[in-house]
Design a protein around this ligand. Structure first.
Ligand code: ATP
Length: 247
């Protein structure tokens, strides 16, 4: 089996003003390619800390996160940044779009970290915009878009580098229920096309759309199980996914 990532005895200790916080106390799990995992847990259970490790935003105190064959704890800052930019697609609760840039420019932002942007890249960003239903709004700026549309831009941006997985942090936290369903439908379509998704959420309703739930408690995994009675957000009609180019 191929794995998008493997997490081995992951520990994270923070030192703050003479205090030691054991945020992660020995976490083990694998994410096979094509999985759709929701990470849940009460406030302070370690979700953000784990997300930071999976997103190569921080390093473990001990243990491993293996991504693309690399143990991230062994990489230099530059290597870690490169891995982050090339192998992880991020979707955040607050979209994190650049207000001065258009839809198409926002989708292309991750390419600038990689270096040259080719004509093929421009074609792909247009196709991704179309795939998320924004083909007619390429020149709009974030303030001219609804919350759901902004999150669609963020999803398209997360895919521009053909990442190993999408890491979504409360991606529907700012959206109403109808728009939440639309974004979850988009994730479901992407997962059906083979994309691996790791999603952090507080909401049971959202986690029921994933294939599997990992529940953290006090820095440890309390539960890791397939989702029973999985919900589908798919409605008739579907979506144009021809730009996804899943490999
Ligand atoms: N930079 C830091 N320095 C010191 N302690 C930290 C730091 N970041 C997190 N912690 C502590 O680590 C523990 C886990 O925090 P974390 O933010 O990962 O939890 P969480 O599950 O994401 O919570 P929430 O749902 O409230 O965001 C908490 O006790 C928190 O106070």
């Amino acid at each position: 089996m191929n794995y998008a990532t493997r997490v081995v005895d992951l520990k994270k200790i923070y030192h703050l003003k003479g205090e030691t916080v054991h945020a992660l106390r020995g976490i083990d799990f694998d994410v096979p390619e094509g999985d759709y995992v929701s990470i849940m847990g009460t406030s302070g259970s370690g979700k953000s800390t784990l997300l930071n490790m999976l997103g190569c935003l921080d390093r473990p105190s001990s243990g491993q996160v293996v991504l693309g064959g690399h143990d991230t704890s062994k990489l230099t800052d530059d290597q870690l940044s490169y891995l982050r930019a090339s192998r992880v697609g991020f979707v955040f609760q607050s979209y994190n779009l650049i207000q001065q840039l258009t839809v198409i420019e926002n989708i292309e932002v991750p390419l600038f970290y990689r270096g040259n942007v080719t004509a093929a890249d421009h074609r792909r960003s247009r196709e991704l915009a179309k795939m998320v239903g924004l083909g007619e709004r390429l020149g709009h700026r974030p303030t001219q878009l609804s919350g759901g549309q902004q999150q669609r831009v963020a999803v398209a941006r997360s895919l521009i580098n053909n990442p190993d997985y999408i890491l979504a942090d409360e991606p529907t936290g700012n959206l109403d229920s109808k728009t939440t369903e639309e974004i979850l439908q988009l994730f479901e379509t992407l997962n059906n096309e083979g994309r691996t998704i790791i999603l952090v959420t507080h909401e049971d309703d959202v986690s029921l759309h994933a294939k599997r739930t990992i529940r953290l408690m006090d820095g440890l995994i309390k539960e890791d199980h397939p989702v029973e009675n999985r919900r589908s957000a798919m409605s008739s009609g579907g979506m144009d996914t021809s730009a996804l180019n899943v490999t």
